[in-house]
Design a protein around this ligand. Structure first.
Ligand code: FDA
Length: 307
C-alpha cells in the first residue's frame, strides 16, 4: 500500500474503533451497511443467493458475528450455521458457508470453539457441503491453521481456510496447506498488522499474492482467489491462459456489493465466481473493514444512502 492508502486505512480503522462513532453508526441503523450486507435474516440472504445463482455466480454465506464475549453466543452462532447448512441443502441454492473462529469462541475457550466448528463441518459433510474458516487478525493465525489441519486430519476434508498475502509467514503456510491438500482462499488481508510481520506496501502484497497463487495453480490445486483488484484478477486470467490451467481449477471470489457487474461478466466468460454474502444484525466490524479498504467504498455507502 502507498503512504496515502495506508494512512486512510489506519485512520478509518481507528475512527471505527471509537465508541461514540460506533454508537452513532449503530443508531443510524442497518441502512448504512445495506450496500455490503445482503439481509438481516437467513431467508433474505437465501433469496439474494438465488438471484446470484441465476447469473451463474455461486456464494459463500457468512452469518455475521465475531469477537463474542460469552460462550453462550458461540452456541447460538453454531446453531445458526447448522440451520443455514440445512436451508442451503433444502432450497438447493449453490452456496457454501464461511465462519469466523472468534465467532465460535476462539478467544474464550479454544476447545469449545473447536467442537462448535467440528459440529458445523460434520453437518456440512453430511449435507455435501464445504466450510471455509475465515482468517482474522494475526493473534488468530496459528490457532486457525491448527484447527483446520486437525479437522482435516479427522476426515473432515470439506474444510478449508484463508491465508493473507500481507503476512510474511504466508508463503510457508501456503506450502504446508498445499502439501496437506487443504483448500485455500488467498486474500490480501483486512486487518492492521505491524511491519515486523506484514508487508505494508501494495506492490509487495500483490507480488506475494501472485507468488502463492502460482505455487498452488502450478501444482494443480483448486484455489480460491479472493480479490477485486485487476492487478490480481487480470493477472490470474492471463497466467491460467498462458500455462494451460483450466478454468475449473480455480475460482474468483468477491464480496457482496462490490464489483457486482464484473462478477457477472466473469461468470459469463466461463470463470467460476463465488460471492461472499454476509447476513445478520452484527454487521458493524465487517462494514468498517470494508470502509477501511478503499475510499471508494465510502462513496458506495453514501450513494446507497442517497438512493
Ligand atoms: P483493494 O481494496 O486493495 O483494491 C485494489 C484495486 O481493486 C483498486 O485499486 C481497484 O482497481 C480494484 N477495486 C477494488 N474495489 C473496487 C470496486 N468496488 N470497484 C471497482 N474496482 C475496485 N480478509 C481477511 O483478512 N480474512 C478473510 O478471511 C477475508 N475473506 C475475504 C473473502 C473474500 C471473498 C474477499 C473478496 C475478501 C476477503 N478478505 C478477507 C478481504 C481482503 O483481505 C481485502 O481486504 C479486500 O479484498 C480488499 O483487497 P482487494 O484485493 O479486493 O482490493
Amino acid at each position: 500500500m502507498n503512504l496515502g492508502s495506508t494512512l486512510y486505512r489506519k485512520t478509518m480503522l481507528a475512527i471505527a474503533g471509537n465508541p461514540t462513532v460506533k454508537k452513532l453508526s449503530l443508531k443510524y441503523g442497518r441502512r448504512l451497511a445495506g450496500r455490503f450486507v445482503a439481509s438481516d435474516h437467513l431467508q433474505g440472504a437465501l433469496q439474494e443467493v438465488a438471484s446470484l445463482n441465476r447469473l451463474g455466480i455461486s456464494a459463500t454465506i457468512d452469518a455475521l458475528g465475531e469477537g463474542i464475549r460469552h460462550l453462550d453466543e458461540a452456541r447460538t452462532y453454531r446453531d445458526e450455521y447448522l440451520k443455514l447448512l440445512d436451508a442451503i441443502a433444502d432450497t438447493g441454492v449453490n452456496a457454501n458457508v464461511s465462519l469466523k473462529p472468534t465467532q465460535m469462541g476462539l478467544a474464550l475457550d479454544a476447545d469449545a470453539c473447536y467442537h462448535h466448528i467440528q459440529a458445523i463441518v460434520s453437518r456440512a459433510q453430511e449435507r455435501g457441503n464445504f466450510v471455509r474458516i475465515d482468517m482474522e487478525d494475526s493473534s488468530c493465525t496459528q490457532a486457525t491453521i491448527d484447527m483446520t489441519i486437525r479437522l482435516h486430519r479427522e476426515g473432515l476434508t470439506n474444510v478449508g481456510t484463508v491465508l493473507q498475502a500481507y503476512l510474511h509467514r504466508t508463503e510457508g503456510d501456503a506450502t504446508d496447506l498445499l502439501d496437506r491438500q487443504i483448500r485455500l482462499r488467498l486474500v490480501k488481508g483486512a486487518y492492521r498488522e505491524p511491519a515486523n510481520i506484514a508487508f505494508q506496501r501494495k506492490e509487495e502484497i500483490i507480488a506475494n499474492f501472485r507468488k502463492i497463487i502460482r505455487l498452488h495453480l502450478d501444482r494443480g490445486a483448486y484455489t480460491a482467489i479472493a480479490s477485486h483488484d485487476e492487478a490480481i484478477v487480470g493477472w490470474v486470467k492471463q497466467y491460467a491462459r498462458e500455462h494451460g490451467i483450466p478454468k475449473d481449477q480455480f475460482e474468483f471470489q468477491m464480496l457482496y456489493g462490490l464489483r457486482m457487474k464484473d462478477q457477472a461478466r466473469l461468470a459469463k466468460e466461463g470463470y467460476r465466481v463465488r460471492c461472499y454474502v454476509p447476513y445478520g444484525t452484527m454487521w458493524y466490524p465487517y462494514y468498517t473493514r470494508r470502509l477501511a479498504e478503499k475510499p471508494a467504498n465510502l462513496w458506495l455507502v453514501v450513494r446507497h444512502l442517497l438512493r
